[in-house]
Ligand binder design. Structure first.
Ligand SMILES: [Zn+2]
Length: 90
């Protein structure tokens, strides 16, 4: 029963992320807890790409068109910056 819960939770998280419910259900069922954590991390890494404002240096969400700190208009970047790497850009 507990394995079903882990599989279900991982599947739901994977589904929210836009991935396969059945795939993540199997992962969560076969590797309980780890599968759920993997689904959560997988979602966060891919769902919220970030970039750095050229003017004030504030890290903003990729989909934001205007910096909320300095009001600068942000052009949509040619290449999306994965979350976690924006802080390393100068
Ligand atoms: Zn700014």
């Amino acid at each position: 029963m507990i394995l079903f819960f882990f599989g279900l939770s991982a599947g739901v998280i994977g589904k929210i992320k836009g991935s396969s419910f059945f795939l993540w259900f199997l992962i969560g069922f076969c590797v309980p807890l780890f599968g759920t954590i993997a689904a959560i991390v997988y979602r966060f890494e891919h769902a919220e790409p970030q970039r750095r404002c050229e003017q004030c240096g504030r890290v903003v969400k990729l989909h934001e068109q205007v910096c909320m700190t300095c009001g600068r208009d942000l052009d949509y970047p040619d290449a999306p910056v994965p979350a976690g790497t924006a802080g390393h850009l100068s």
